[in-house]
Design a protein around this ligand. Structure first.
Ligand SMILES: [Zn+2]
Length: 374
């Protein structure tokens, strides 16, 4: 009898222990859905949701914040998307820096920092990526999510065997969750296609003149440190490249292949007739040649394996002991944003957008992100 009581106590103890573990694990899992704060500066005119442009997204995991900065004078309208691929942190953080610093005097700038909001609620399987990274700022540490390239399968499942995207191209199954293959979207399609459609609705309703999609890619991938441009934006991109070069920033110019369909800049240009570019910076968390992936690698970008690969001539970007820090990559995105807007003003003066508060890329590269996050 005494023995039976001991068993009961042991069983109750184990059950309670299992409940505690389940609670803690569940809390950690649920925290993946928490959205980190973005703290808009005084330049913000209004914040709305993507569902304001496409109501069918209301209440879905695809709905996301849209930040509008409007000047007192009429001018052009520019759309900036970050987080199309939530595993490319410089694209997302550059959009956050814009939201927290920009003041528009003429024309309009619309920023969507988490274009694929669902992709921020998970990360890529089998990559051993950290879920979060921390950037020091004057007001304390800022914690950001490192998400997945693709929409969370919890929100969009199952993938088809083959995927024919809205632009008519056949792709492999999982690309159905890749926002940057789902343009121009489908109003009644998969969640990712509906998000793409919602972003097209911003372009149509706000009469956007120029779209800039902020990305990163692996240092061993040839399209990197690049401005990828739609056919109609060749001159705009070339002028921006020259002005960046004169400031000491090298960017490759990459013409977007006409038969690669469903990408933001391709379909924004083809379906909506706007000027469109995509900016790429080197992300040492993304490639295959990297060593261990840690939150420090996300922010500092220093990796011995990449250093070795660089010495062997295997990378498409300069890479030395200083690595590829997030601050330097965001600096490149901000510089490219400034240069592309300057080119737009020169090519089509009536569509000029005048602004203040864009952090000087040299300072961001030298001092890091801290001084430019609120
Ligand atoms: Zn990307």
């Amino acid at each position: 009898m005494k023995n039976g009581k001991t068993h009961l106590v042991t069983a109750a103890g184990l059950l309670a222990g299992a409940a505690v573990v389940a609670f803690l694990a569940g809390r950690e899992f649920r925290s993946m859905r928490a959205v980190e704060a973005i703290r808009p500066g005084p330049g913000l005119t209004r914040r709305v949701l993507l569902s304001a442009y496409f109501p069918a997204l209301a209440g879905t995991a695809g709905d996301t914040d849209v930040y509008v900065f409007e000047g007192g004078e009429a001018g052009g309208t520019v759309l900036v998307t970050g987080g199309s691929h939530p595993n490319e942190p410089a694209g997302f953080v550059s959009a956050v820096v814009l939201v927290e610093n920009l003041r528009v005097l003429r024309g309009k700038v619309i920023v969507v920092p988490r274009a694929n909001a669902s992709g921020f609620t998970c990360n890529d399987p089998q990559e051993a990526n950290p879920q979060r990274f921390t950037v020091a700022s004057a007001g304390g540490p800022r914690v950001f999510r490192l998400g997945s390239r693709l929409t969370n399968p919890v929100h969009q499942w199952p993938d088809p065997t083959l995927y024919e995207n809205p632009a008519g191209q056949m792709l492999s199954a999982s690309e159905v969750r890749n926002l940057n293959r789902c343009y121009p979207g489908r109003p009644k399609g998969y969640l990712t296609e509906r998000v793409a459609f919602g972003i097209m609705e911003i372009i149509r309703r706000e009469k956007v003149d120029l779209g800039i999609d902020l990305h990163e890619s692996a240092p061993e991938y040839p399209v990197i440190n690049a401005i990828v441009f739609h056919d109609e934006s060749a001159e705009l991109a070339a002028m921006a490249q020259m002005s960046l070069q004169s400031e000491g920033l090298e960017f490759r110019l990459e013409a977007s292949p006409q038969n690669l369909r469903g990408l933001s800049h391709r379909e924004w240009g083809d379906a909506a007739g706007i000027k469109a570019v995509l900016i790429e910076t080197p992300n040492p968390v993304q490639g295959r040649l990297k060593g261990r992936t840690t939150p420090a690698l996300v922010v500092e970008g220093k990796d011995k394996a990449y250093l070795k690969a660089s010495r062997l001539g295997r990378l498409f970007v300069p890479y030395d002991e200083k690595g590829a820090p997030l601050g330097g990559r965001v600096a490149r995105h901000l510089a490219a944003f400034g240069a592309v807007l300057q080119s737009l003003a020169e090519l089509e003066p009536e569509k000029a957008v005048a602004f203040e508060g864009l952090p000087d890329w040299r300072r961001v590269a030298a001092e890091g992100l801290g001084p430019f996050l609120r």
